[in-house]
Design a binder for this molecule. Structure first.
Ligand code: ZN
Length: 153
């Protein structure tokens, strides 16, 4: 294992042991849940908007290290972002995890630590669960409909 792998592993484990944003937001604008049955990951996501930006976000995760760490990083990075920025970021993270990471429009910070997950396709769903759940929750909010709980296949 090289030094970078070790650094990434340390970042992931830190987010797993001390998940950021593990809470439920009161009177949320965005609400959704996500399940990854293959691994047993389960998340509940709540967020509040203010002036078109994510003002508060919480994700309660019961799952593996990768799912928990990814959700924790998500809550840190999307806070203060506009919906459109969140959508761009989610698309960037998806590309990074599915191997198509040519373009890097902005600094992914701790999220770079997830890049190694692409070597383990079965774990990519763990890493993407919180992102897909947030995007689906945003879509439902924008359309004024009840969100469809996300289930990966
Ligand atoms: Zn998992």
């Amino acid at each position: 294992m090289n030094g970078l792998d070790q650094l990434y592993r340390d970042i992931l484990m830190d987010h797993y042991k001390y998940p950021r944003g593990k809470k439920k937001i009161e009177n949320p604008d965005i609400v959704n849940s996500g399940q990854n049955p293959l691994c047993g990951d389960s998340i509940e996501l709540t967020a509040k908007l203010d002036g078109g930006r994510i003002a508060e976000i919480g994700v309660e995760t019961v799952g593996c290290a990768i799912c928990t760490a990814s959700a924790s990083m998500l809550t840190e990075i999307v806070k203060g972002m506009t919906i459109s920025e969140v959508e761009q970021l989610a698309s960037l993270v998806t590309k990074m995890l599915t191997g198509d990471d040519e373009q890097k429009d902005f600094d992914l910070g701790d999220l770079e630590a997830l890049a190694g997950v692409k070597k383990f396709p079965v774990r990519v769903k763990c890493a993407l669960l919180a992102w897909i759940t947030l995007i689906e929750g945003i879509r439902a909010h924008q359309q004024g409909v009840k969100p469809e709980a996300v289930t990966t296949e």
